[in-house]
Design a protein. Structure first.
Length: 556
């Protein structure tokens, strides 16, 4: 049995997010009932409930979906868990992101049965879970509230880079990072996994190996923000206090935003490089295809790495061209955008490849729903005067980029703007209403490209400005909107798009070395060989190569 499965007693176990392989393992071990306490779309490696449900049906495992918003353990929810637990055949396994929500519900259910709170606390502690705050009303000795100089929500690229940049400037800071994930992903590498260039194992490391030394790692999910009290609430209802807060939770992939998608992901020729476990399936489909129709989709903005959907087009076409199959494949790129790329200077080079590969470019077309069994997809096409029509297409394979939005606990908070994103000043990245809060990465509302390169530039700016607010440095740093999108137009060549606010070109290299408006072999070497170690050994370690912020005196 996997080490991630925590046996609570003979009839019940919990874990973090299940994979289909882990579900197979549970069934072989004798599990008969399954409770999913995790809402879909919380993480980039998350298998959606419909996929779990379909596999469970094949294995003869009864399933109940009881999604729990972190921290919300209402009596009605405990009622539902009680009914599910008493109905399902034993043994039962429950899972969420880390297992905390599942174990918390079970503990509240056990309290109703008369099990002493102290015994439940000990049981949870033996499995590595801290339920003291949840059970505090029944223990009469709640733990002291935690407090930190700087609290960072999210241990993705932006959050870890911000922590490292802060420590590089002041090693004495008391910093904590909140993130429930066991692993950390180099998501820019998934495009190359889907092209057969990288093995997906090269894009993942344990979170414990990356959290900066001296930083407290709170392995839990955030349920809510309470900025007026300078605290966040964790999924187990614990409060964590801060003097200053950095919010970098990343973006939510809304797989349910396309009707029928979650029921067919990973089969029927339906794939996406936006998920760790599906990128290899992309390469399986591409390498095995010799004729037929291949669809590639792009949703409305904003999305992370806006070039990723068309990167999949180019790399797939290049493989088919090299293998003599391209002439027999009808390739269509259907994008909800009205332009191929948002910065006009890069469009000519990209259009040359669209034409070279014979791609049918369909702008203003948004994927609406999909039926994997019949291999059909429906799109809403919007013309120049706003008239909408529905278009049906058959496919042999389809690469889907899902709609994207801010995480639920951000959208539902007072930190969000009207669209749900963290509301920051686009220059300083400081929150517009709360002076001791900063945002960076994909979840904030500055009008920049949502890329790892953008986070690499933002992290030292936030670190500088937070420390300036503490009186530890002099001068405010401004973010110019820099983002980078290495557009892999063929294996061995990249159009290196680098730009800032308003589409201003912000090249890092002289044109004689890398001309970003033309496909470049050197840019490919940068993407394939140099940027991964820059990410792992530089950005996440506080080494600010080529991104050290300029400082401006207040008032300039």
């Amino acid at each position: 049995m996997s080490n991630d499965i925590k046996p609570v007693n003979e009839e019940f176990s919990v874990s973090g997010q299940l994979t289909l392989q882990a579900l197979d393992e549970l069934a072989r071990s004798g599990v008969k009932g399954l409770i999913c306490n995790r809402p879909d779309g919380e993480g980039p490696d998350q298998v959606n409930f419909e996929e779990i449900q379909a596999r469970a049906a094949e294995l003869g495992v009864d399933v109940v979906h009881l999604p729990v918003t972190p921290g919300e353990f209402s009596p009605e929810l405990v009622d539902q868990f009680t009914l599910a637990f008493e109905r399902l055949p034993r043994p039962i396994h429950a899972y969420c992101r880390t297992g905390t929500r599942s174990l918390s519900l079970w503990a509240l259910y056990q309290l109703r049965l008369g099990v002493p709170a102290r015994a439940l606390l000990s049981t949870a502690q033996r499995q590595g879970y801290d339920l003291e705050n949840l059970l505090a009303p029944h223990l009469h000795n709640a733990a002291l509230d935690a407090s930190h100089d700087v609290l960072i929500v999210g241990a993705g690229a932006a959050g870890i880079a911000a922590a490292s940049s802060l420590l590089a400037r002041d090693a004495d800071l008391d910093i904590a990072i909140i993130d429930p994930a066991e692993v950390h992903y180099y998501q820019p590498g998934w495009t190359l996994v889907g092209a057969g260039v990288f093995d997906r194992s090269a894009t993942v490391r344990t979170m414990a190996s990356l959290i900066p030394r001296g930083v407290h790692w709170i392995q839990a999910a955030v349920a809510a923000f309470e900025p007026d009290l300078n605290r966040v609430i964790l999924e187990d209802t614990r409060p964590v206090y801060y003097s200053r807060l950095v919010v970098a939770p990343g973006i939510k992939l809304d797989w349910h935003g396309i009707e029928g998608l979650v029921e067919t992901l990973g089969r029927n020729g339906v794939t996406s490089n936006y998920r760790f476990d599906l990128a290899p399936y992309t390469w399986q489909l591409v390498s095995g295809m010799h004729s037929g129709r291949a669809l590639f989709t792009q949703p409305p903005m904003p999305i992370k790495c806006a070039g990723a959907p068309q990167k999949a087009v180019y790399l797939s076409c290049d493989h088919w061209r090299r293998n003599g199959a391209l002439a027999n494949i009808d390739v269509q790129f259907c994008s909800a955008a009205d332009v191929l790329f948002g910065v006009k200077e890069y469009v000519p080079a990209l259009m040359a490849y669209i034409e070279r590969y014979g791609v049918d470019l369909n702008l203003g077309q948004q994927l609406l729903r999909i039926d994997g069994d019949s291999r059909r997809a429906w799109f809403t096409a919007t013309d120049s005067d706003g008239t909408q029509t529905e278009i049906e297409r058959e496919f042999d394979m389809i690469h889907v980029a899902p709609p994207q939005c801010a995480p639920d606990f951000v959208r539902d908070s007072s930190l969000a703007d009207s669209a749900g994103w963290i509301d920051v000043d686009q220059n300083t990245l400081r929150h517009k209403r709360y002076d001791n809060i900063w945002g960076l990465g994909d979840a904030m509302n500055a009008p920049n490209a949502k890329t790892a390169a953008a986070a690499r530039m933002q992290a030292p700016i936030v670190a500088n400005n937070l420390l300036e607010d503490m009186g530890k440095v002099s001068g405010i740093a401004h973010y110019n909107g820099y983002g980078s999108c290495p557009l892999t137009v063929e294996k061995g060549r990249i159009v290196l798009a680098e730009f800032g606010y308003g589409g201003k070109l912000l090249p890092s290299f002289p044109r004689w070395l890398i001309d970003g408006q033309k496909p470049s072999r050197l840019a490919w070497i940068l993407k394939e060989r140099i940027l991964p170690p820059v990410y792992w050994q530089g950005m996440l370690r506080g080494r600010e190569w080529m991104v050290e912020p300029d400082q401006f005196k207040i008032g300039t």
